[in-house]
Each structure stands twice: as C-alpha cells, then as structure tokens.
Unconditional design. Structure first.
Length: 97
C-alpha cells in the first residue's frame, strides 16, 4: 500500500510540474525573444502573469530538471512492469498446431 501511495504522490507532483513546464513554455513563446540591438525596447519590461522573461526561463529550466528526476523515480517504481514488456510481445507457440 505504501508503494501505491508513493506512486500516486509522484504522479500528482509530476502533473503539477508538467503544468509549470507547459505554462513557462507558453510564456517564453509569447514574450519578446531579445533586445535586437535596440529594435525591441519591450524586451526588458514585458511580463507574462507578472513574471519577466528571465523568471520564466528559470522556471522552465528548473521545472524541466525536476520533471526529469520525477520521470526517473516513476520508471524505478514500475521497473517490474518494464521488465515484463518483452514477454508481452512474444508469440505463444503452444496454441499453434
């Protein structure tokens, strides 16, 4: 039962982290991408949900690293299922005559 609860917690945290990556991706897509030698004066003042481009870059980077760790933990929790995958695709020869 402990493993099931831990798995559920990891899945919930992964989903929340996925939302952070998604929102930060949208923010980075919407916000101006560079100063361009003065042709983009809004670069330093533009905000998305109250955060600057630098904030969203940091949020995207750190939430991405956290997601990588959570995926690794998720795979470790399901290692027995992963080990059984080759057996799923093997053909049963006993039924063929």
């Amino acid at each position: 039962m402990l493993k099931i609860k831990f798995n559920a917690i990891i899945n919930i945290i992964s989903f929340i982290d996925f939302l952070l990556v998604l929102i930060s991706s949208i923010a980075l897509y919407v916000l101006p991408q560079g100063y361009h030698g003065g042709r983009n004066p809004n670069y330093l003042t533009a905000e998305f949900f109250g955060g600057s481009r630098h904030f969203w870059e940091d949020m995207h980077t750190w939430s991405g690293w956290i997601m990588l760790g959570l995926v690794f933990i998720h795979l470790l929790l399901h290692i027995n299922w992963i080990k059984c995958l080759p057996n799923i695709f093997k053909r049963e020869n006993n039924n063929i005559k």
